[in-house]
Design a protein around this ligand. Structure first.
Ligand SMILES: Cc1ncc(COP(=O)(O)O)c(C=O)c1O
Length: 370
């Protein structure tokens, strides 16, 4: 049978009775868009993130687009983004008509390097989007100070960081707005698409509530040119149940990460994740780096172990951004990460026994590759 990279069914089998009851509750409610479930989920998620407001939207990409739009970012503006992120971070910038300006990461944490921001600034710089990549918080204090000094709004991309803490405080309310994805594979995943924005700014929250709903607070009265980007009642009802299990799932991910850390540290040429002292990551992904990444992945596949690559092609080298004129070598750290990074199985239903088998296979595989 092997060990799959991810198991999306197991958490739903475990919760099936409750999930079906929640589905029935929505079916019988007669209210399927922006009703009680979304209201309740928004309250519960905001409380979980230790923040004033949560606004449910259709997906994580929309969460970033709407945040930028509500903060006034648009054509002519430049937005600093990590060079190594999922392309959605860049797409959000492009969709509001602004220009993504890539900044290379720290080689240790893979998060945006605060010391490289200055070189990327221009008179058109208006915003900064740090991504809490793989579930580890970026260095928010340094980033927020830089943003403040240079008049940039900060929109965090927390699509991979549900429950993570920076210096003891939950991710969700540090920047002006924080975008979340509830794509099924996320630490808090829906059974379909979903997303949210969190913020402590009440006026911004109000603007976002209109923007996600045709630019309207009152039916058939449209104050701004908005979207239709709403979290479904059904997904909200299911997410409410899954939110109750999030901390338990994250704790299990941490114990698997600790096992990987202990067993994989010091293996030849293998880089394991570096966690900053102030970070409490939630291990959305556990990524290792190795110069013979593809050979290692093939060996693990032969052993029946699923792995994935996050991400094989950095945004600046995607055809979607060909017009920007980036060439291989223009962002070498992101490119090196794309060549060498491998994500190991990591999810709340991965058994300790399976994790030990993965470790043994890596040890044997690296011996063969040496
Ligand atoms: C870092 C990052 N940003 C944004 C997104 C976009 O989220 P969604 O797939 O819900 O649009 C994702 C997830 O896919 C992501 O990993």
């Amino acid at each position: 049978m092997g060990i799959p990279f991810l198991d999306l069914q197991a958490p739903h089998e475990e919760l099936e009775v409750e999930l079906l009851a929640a589905t029935r509750r929505v079916l019988r409610s007669g209210r399927y868009v922006l009703g009680r479930e979304v209201d309740a989920f928004e309250r519960e998620f905001a409380q979980y993130c230790e923040v004033e407001h949560a606004i449910g939207v259709a997906n994580g990409l929309d969460a970033l687009i709407l945040s930028l739009k509500a903060l006034g970012i648009g054509p002519g503006d430049e937005v600093l983004v990590p060079s190594n992120t999922y392309i959605a971070t860049w797409l959000a910038v492009s969709h509001v008509g602004a220009t993504p300006v890539p900044v290379e990461p720290l080689a240790t944490t893979c998060n945006i390097d605060p010391d490289r921001l200055k070189a990327a600034l221009s008179p058109r710089s208006r915003a900064l989007i740090p991504v809490h990549l793989y579930g580890q918080p970026a260095d928010l204090d340094a980033l927020l100070v830089f943003g403040e000094e240079h008049g940039l709004v900060v929109v965090e991309d927390a699509a991979q960081a549900h429950g993570a803490r920076y210096k003891g405080r939950r991710i969700g309310g540090h920047g002006h707005a924080v975008g979340w994805s509830f794509y099924p594979g996320k630490n808090l995943g829906a059974i379909g698409d979903g997303g949210a924005i969190t913020t402590n700014d009440s006026k911004l929250a109000q603007r976002l509530r209109a923007l996600r709903n045709y630019g309207s607070h009152t039916k058939y009265h449209n104050e701004v040119v908005g979207w239709n980007s709403r979290l479904d009642e059904l997904q909200a009802a299911l997410l409410r149940l899954k939110l109750q299990r999030l901390d338990e799932g994250n704790a299990w991910r941490s114990s698997i990460a600790a096992l990987y850390d202990a067993q994989l540290a010091g293996l030849p040429d293998l880089l394991i994740p570096h966690v900053m002292a102030w970070a409490e990551p939630v291990w959305h992904l556990y990524t290792v780096r190795h110069p013979k990444r593809d050979e290692l992945a093939s060996y693990l596949a032969e052993c029946g172990i699923g792995t994935m690559i996050h991400y094989p092609v950095p945004p600046h080298l995607q055809p979607a951004y060909r017009d920007y004129g980036f060439v291989p070598g223009s962002h070498p750290l992101a490119e090196e990460m794309a060549r060498h990074t491998l994500s190991l199985p990591m999810h709340p239903h991965l058994s300790e026994c399976a994790a030990r088998q993965i470790v043994e296979a890596i040890q044997t595989g690296l011996d063969k590759l040496a």
